[in-house]
Design a protein around this ligand. Structure first.
Ligand code: NAD
Length: 271
């Protein structure tokens, strides 16, 4: 059910790893809505070869870029502008990784080299993307830049580990750079705070399946899927949301503002 919402728009999509990735669904929907874009991911992720399938299906090119490398990002934006014929209208940052989570390091026993990596890959990379884009004047006036985040930036979710701190930084960069880019070029920058979603990054978090069920039962609308999230991203890239910037937008079926649900209460009443 496409509505031509992105007809004529150009973009860059970071972070499609496989069919489960949120960025993968965004790319499929952006293509269906008439956008043209470049796909990018870390060189190591491209070795899987999956991204070429998406590139073929959406008629797009793939440019490798490690989001922690300024050189890679400069190359990405420069080449994307060559391919797309000028500055872009939208950018999706759909990147997250914590070596502490991967190696099962408890939050009270973090490895600080890993912690640096978590912050660099999952949060500072967003600043790097925005700074590179601004310097190269690679995003058009009224362009829309989005990053994906999680509510562990505001509330304690023990197993989310150091990613909680990375998401808090990511959301802060969104506000602070959002001011600068808005004032300079009317470019808008927002984060979407998504429900737990079964992707490679999501399922890497300890106890993910139980947690997903809990979130589903706590949310009056249930968990938002990757596809739902992609729809929200498309609306945020469209001109219909032109005056929204510097926001953290909850996309979680109501989870963030629910104190307790009847479904969760019923479990305690059984005891
Ligand atoms: N899955 C969830 O439950 C959930 C919930 C809320 C927010 N998010 C966020 O959504 C975003 C996308 O994650 P996903 O769930 O689709 O999982 P995913 O594993 O499919 O995507 C994560 C992506 O980050 C990329 N990446 C890692 N290191 C990189 C680097 N150095 N340079 C460039 N790219 C790099 C990976 O290659 C991968 O494509 C992440 O920011 C994640 O934190 C996910």
């Amino acid at each position: 059910m496409a509505n031509d919402l992105l007809r004529g728009k150009k973009g860059i999509i970071f972070g499609a790893l496989d069919q489960n990735s949120i960025a993968w669904k965004v790319a499929e929907k952006a293509h269906a809505e008439g956008a043209q874009f470049v796909l990018t991911n870390a060189p190591v992720a491209l070795r899987m070869g999956e991204l070429n399938k998406l590139a073929e299906a959406t008629n797009s090119e793939v440019i490798p870029a490690d989001a922690t490398s300024m050189e890679d990002l400069e190359n990405l934006f420069t080449k994307s502008m060559e391919i797309l014929g000028g500055p872009v209208d939208f950018v999706l940052h759909s990147i997250g990784m914590s070596p502490n989570v991967r190696k099962n390091r408890h939050y009270t026993d973090l490895n600080y080299d890993f912690f640096h990596k978590t912050l660099d890959i999952s949060a500072m990379s967003f600043h790097r993307v925005l700074q590179t884009a601004m310097k190269l004047d690679a995003v058009k006036e009224w362009g829309s830049v989005l990053a994906l985040t999680y509510i562990a930036a505001q509330r304690a979710f023990p197993d989310y580990n150091d990613m909680s701190d990375a998401k808090a930084l990511l959301e802060s960069i969104t506000r602070t750079f959002g001011y600068q880019y808005g004032a300079k070029k009317n470019v808008r920058i927002n984060t979407i705070s998504q429900s737990p979603t079964p992707t490679t990054a999501g399922t890497g978090v300890k106890g993910f399946d139980a947690f997903m069920k809990y979130a589903d039962e706590m949310s009056p609308l249930g968990n938002a899927s990757a596809e739902d999230c992609a729809n929200y991203c498309i609306s945020m890239f469209s001109d219909l949301t032109k005056m929204v910037t510097m926001q953290n937008l909850f996309h979680d079926g109501g989870f963030s503002f629910t104190g307790v649900s009847e479904a969760v209460m019923a479990k305690f009443e059984q005891e």
